[in-house]
Design a protein around this ligand. Structure first.
Ligand code: FMN
Length: 106
């Protein structure tokens, strides 16, 4: 799923971060508005999701995940394959990459 999403995101100019803890995904998606709207439609069509919610939306000064078509943070045990762009969460289920998503825009 992640490698397909990354390829599609790269082709649409989307970057971001996906956090997976306690059976919940929190995703930060950044890019051109039309690409974001198209991805949002895809996410809504995907029946692997339920209870999809937008937590915040708006213009940003600069991308927070410039280098990642979708960085992924989760439990260290999920990184058996040493995938690029994987960031282990700490005991609270957080890390610096995930926190960047919640930053107020400067
Ligand atoms: C938690 C989660 C996150 C996803 N994130 C992305 C993403 O960032 N980009 C993407 O293209 N697809 C993502 N997908 C897959 C989409 O839901 C969808 O299956 C895919 O974009 C194909 O959409 P389409 O049927 O409209 O072509 C994600 C799926 C899940 C379950």
């Amino acid at each position: 799923m992640l490698s397909e999403a990354r390829a599609k995101n790269a082709s649409m100019g989307i970057t971001g971060h996906l956090l997976y803890t306690e059976e919940v995904f929190v995703q930060c998606i950044e890019g051109p508005p039309a690409a974001i709207a198209a991805l949002w439609e895809s996410l809504q069509r995907d029946d692997r999701h339920y209870e999809l919610q937008v937590l915040a939306k708006g213009p940003i000064e600069a991308r927070r995940y410039q280098d990642w078509s979708m960085a992924f943070s989760s439990y260290p045990s999920l990184n058996r394959f040493n995938m690029p762009g994987f960031f282990a969460v700490d005991k609270e289920g957080m890390n610096a990459e995930a926190e960047r998503c919640a930053q107020a825009d400067a």
